[in-house]
Design a protein around this ligand. Structure first.
Ligand code: HEC
Length: 132
């Protein structure tokens, strides 16, 4: 009984490990130009709501008319950047979280929390990932 259980446990534990290794191999081979778009995100809608939050007053964002701010870094090419704000790995999850509340990653960042809803943050992140 005990032996069966531990064999089973070993087998079950082995599956995620193999999966993780496989995923690791995939992500190592990943071309950074192919950063995943966010599931469910609507990039076109994201582009449209960027101005509602005033991102354009601080950032230069290609494809958004009047987004020529110079307070923060240009977001053109953000899809290829390794880090967000120099502190968080550039993953879709971190991008959404940064847009909603950058100070959770860096309490001293000059980027304010502008009250972006989760839905809007997902859509904006989807748009930003089209900027290569
Ligand atoms: C008051 C000015 C201001 C506003 C408004 C603003 N940001 Fe920022 N943003 C900054 C600054 C400054 C940084 C650099 C922060 C840092 O490195 O700590 C930044 C950084 C970023 C980064 C990381 C860029 C990089 O190269 O690592 C992203 C992405 C970003 N902002 C997106 C947005 C979005 C989307 C909005 C609108 C929802 C927005 N920002 C609104 C000032 C602003």
């Amino acid at each position: 009984m005990t032996r069966t259980t531990s064999t089973l446990r070993r087998t079950v534990a082995g599956v995620p490990l193999a999966l993780l290794l496989a995923l690791g191999a995939v992500s190592c081979d990943r071309n950074d130009n192919d950063l995943p778009l966010i599931a469910g995100g609507d990039a076109e809608r994201g582009r449209a709501v960027i101005k509602k939050y005033g991102c354009n007053t601080c950032h230069t964002i290609s494809g958004v008319a009047g987004a020529d701010g110079l307070v923060g870094p240009p977001l053109t090419g953000i899809a290829q950047r390794m880090y967000i704000g120099g502190v968080a790995r550039n993953t879709p999850e971190n991008m959404v979280a940064w847009i909603q509340n950058p100070k959770q990653f860096d309490s001293k960042t000059a980027m304010p929390n502008v009250g972006v809803t989760h839905r809007d943050a997902v859509d904006i992140a989807s748009y930003l990932y089209t900027l290569k």
